[in-house]
Ligand binder design. Structure first.
Ligand code: IMP
Length: 433
């Protein structure tokens, strides 16, 4: 039995697909546990590249059951469309299971996400506009719609009517937007719901039975540690728990069934949307990283903010997720730099104006906002390292860079990605026992 969690160690887009992909082949189940169609997973199979949003990446692996857990914000319209586009490309999607208790994202959640963002003005989060925050807000307010409700016309109609009575007041009177028609929302939910009905299941039961039978389950997180609603850079976060604990609550599998927690980090740092990012670069090296690393969003196509590796962030991810393994991606992007700065501390300005140096991430977001990175400079390398599979064949400076990241993060590095293709990796320790 293996229960392996894969989680982003930074602000998302770390290339989790690479690790997931390598592990998925040995898995019986791949279960998404948080987030919704805000996620963007790029999965490469043979000569085909799939940009997945809501689907668990296991959907492209025949023989793997792809599970959407209860912790996911499921937009039925998005899922039906994503499913159809995969089928058009010849992918068999019959091995999909959807939790009956996953929360449903509706048209009014998408609409509210966009309207409320524009209302926030300067304080806006820079969300993906996929209705994620409003869906989880309804879940916590206990007025959310669950997948099981989609198969009960009376229940779904009552919930939508009740919710829209209030939300339309908000839309028209506070946000100055147009009201929404409850019947249209219900019709959309019932139509798409009907198409998803054959896949709905008690996925907690399925996953637990599978683990008890010695099967292997990969728990796939959307977004990442620093976007976690509890542990991220609040309020500039997503509205779910991408951190490892979210895998348990988001699938109904207990922590005793988890055997490994794999964190994924780039060899540098990126972020999309608003919020603090201490090592962000505003000069030409930031653009250089963006161009070299093709740092543009999968879902939104937004240019990503770029910066140097931040050891405080990754060490924090090691702690809050209890990482057993670290995967470093895109090492090849750094080729050609004379010196590579790595952030080893912050100088933060306290509330009384005094400056102090810290080596752990400040939890007080006001202090985190003030963080100025303190860098250690490591030597760069010029040799092309793309596709090298043997660690010892890397230039000495690249080896030192990886080993230094390992030391600073406080977690063994098990895999290093050094190119776009599936087999462009250096394996240091196996990710599956
Ligand atoms: P939301 O999840 O759409 O509410 O957006 C909240 C924040 O999380 C914004 O800064 C988004 O840019 C960010 N975010 C959401 N999903 C992803 C992702 O998959 N990768 C990177 N950032 C994301």
């Amino acid at each position: 039995m293996a229960g392996i969690i894969v989680v982003g160690a930074q602000w998302g887009d770390e290339g989790k697909g690479k690790a997931t992909d390598l592990i998925a082949g040995k898995m019986d189940y791949v279960a998404r546990y948080n987030g919704g169609s805000n996620a963007g997973h790029t999965v490469v199979v043979g000569d085909q590249t799939y940009a997945l949003r809501l689907m668990p990446s296991g959907i492209v692996n025949p023989g793997v059951t792809a599970v959407i857990g209860n912790g996911v914000a499921l937009d039925p319209k998005e899922l039906v469309e994503e499913k159809a586009s995969l089928e058009q490309r010849g992918v068999d999607t019959s091995h999909l299971l959807i939790s009956l208790s996953a929360q449903v994202t509706t048209g009014y959640h998408r609409y509210l996400d966009r309207v409320s963002e524009s209302h926030l003005g300067k304080r806006k989060i820079g969300t993906t506009g996929r209705g994620i925050g409003p869906t989880y807000a309804d879940k916590i307010n206990r007025i959310g719609i669950r997948v099981a409700d989609l198969f009960d016309e009376k229940a779904v109609t009552a919930k939508v009517e009740q919710n829209l009575a209030l939300k339309n007041e908000l839309l028209t009177k506070i946000y100055g937007a147009e009201p929404l028609d409850a019947h249209k929302v219900v019709d959309e939910l019932l139509t798409y719901g009907e198409q998803l009905r054959p896949y709905a299941a008690d996925t907690s039961l399925v996953l637990n039975k599978a683990l008890d039978e010695g099967k292997n389950v990969l728990f796939e997180g959307g977004q990442a540690t620093m976007l976690d609603i509890d542990h991220g850079t609040y309020p500039f976060v997503t509205s779910s728990n991408p951190t490892a604990g979210g895998a348990c609550t988001g699938t109904g599998v207990g922590p005793t069934k988890i055997t490994r927690v794999v964190g994924v980090s780039k060899a540098y740092t990126t972020r999309v949307g608003a919020g603090p990012f201490p090592t962000e670069l505003f000069d030409e090296s930031g653009q250089w990283l963006r161009d070299r690393g093709h740092e543009y969003g999968v879902v939104t196509k937004r240019p990503r903010r770029t910066g140097w590796f931040d050891a405080l962030v990754v060490r924090y991810a090691v702690r809050v997720n209890g990482l057993t393994d670290l995967v470093i991606t895109k090492l090849d992007t750094l080729t050609g730099l004379k010196k590579i700065p790595v952030c080893v501390a912050y100088d933060i300005t306290d509330h009384d104006g005094s400056v102090r140096r810290v080596t752990e991430l400040p939890v007080d977001q006001g202090l985190f906002d003030s963080a100025k990175p303190v860098y250690e400079e490591l030597d760069g390398w010029d040799e092309n390292i793309t596709g090298i599979t043997d660690f010892d064949r890397l230039p000495a400076a690249a080896q030192t860079y990886v080993r230094r990241l390992e030391e600073l993060a406080g977690c063994r590095i098990s895999l290093v990605g050094n190119g776009p293709q599936r087999d462009h990796v250096i394996r240091l320790h196996p990710l599956v026992d």
